[in-house]
Design a protein around this ligand. Structure first.
Ligand code: HEM
Length: 157
């Protein structure tokens, strides 16, 4: 079975943008509920990969992390597809690298929000980078939807 590479790229890129948006909404919910330390450790939550989520704070913080992981996977698959199959589209490849770099930094800062017990400066940086994560993923999704030039299609064949 041969997969439609462009369709795969577009699907991953669009899902990356949608999930980045969802992660931001969930992050705001975590903040609003004062649940920033409901999982005081990372990558585990209360010492477990799948914690007991009876507490609403733990649930929302855990789902924020899970959706962030899915966002990361979609952004990573977009980057891999761009590098493996669409190397001639330099704009797309460069933007995918930037998008992944912003997201990886954001995950690192998410971790630091925990180790610093929600230091306001770090949480502000996390909010700022969250917006940048969405912006970058959205730009990649839009660029992936542009029709490729005939020259780049021939080069990537
Ligand atoms: C795609 C990745 C991520 C995005 C886009 C994102 C986005 C956000 C946003 C927008 C907020 C709300 C900030 C505010 O209202 O001031 C937030 C809160 C938070 N995020 Fe993330 N986040 C991501 C990944 C992570 C990860 C991996 C962790 C944990 C390791 C994490 C931990 C937190 C915590 C603890 C808060 C609450 C901070 C507080 O209550 O003061 N985030 N996130």
């Amino acid at each position: 079975m041969r997969i439609d590479r462009r369709r795969f790229l577009r699907t991953m890129a669009i899902l990356g943008a949608i999930f980045a948006y969802a992660t931001i909404v969930l992050g705001g919910t975590v903040r609003g509920m004062g649940a920033g330390l409901a999982c005081p450790d990372w990558p585990l939550c209360n010492g477990s990969l799948v914690p007991s989520v009876g507490d609403a704070g733990v649930l929302v913080e855990y789902v924020h992390r899970l959706v962030a992981v899915l966002t990361g996977l979609f952004v990573l698959f977009t980057l891999l597809a761009a590098i493996l199959w669409f190397r001639s589209e330099m704009g797309l490849v460069t933007l995918s690298i930037v998008s992944f770099a912003v997201l990886a930094t954001q995950v690192g800062v998410g971790w630091v929000t925990i180790t610093t017990e929600n230091d306001p400066a770090i949480v502000t940086l996390h909010l700022a980078l969250g917006t940048a994560t969405l912006a970058a993923a959205l730009i990649v999704a839009m660029v992936s939807l542009w029709p490729p030039s005939a020259a780049s299609v021939a080069l990537d064949r």
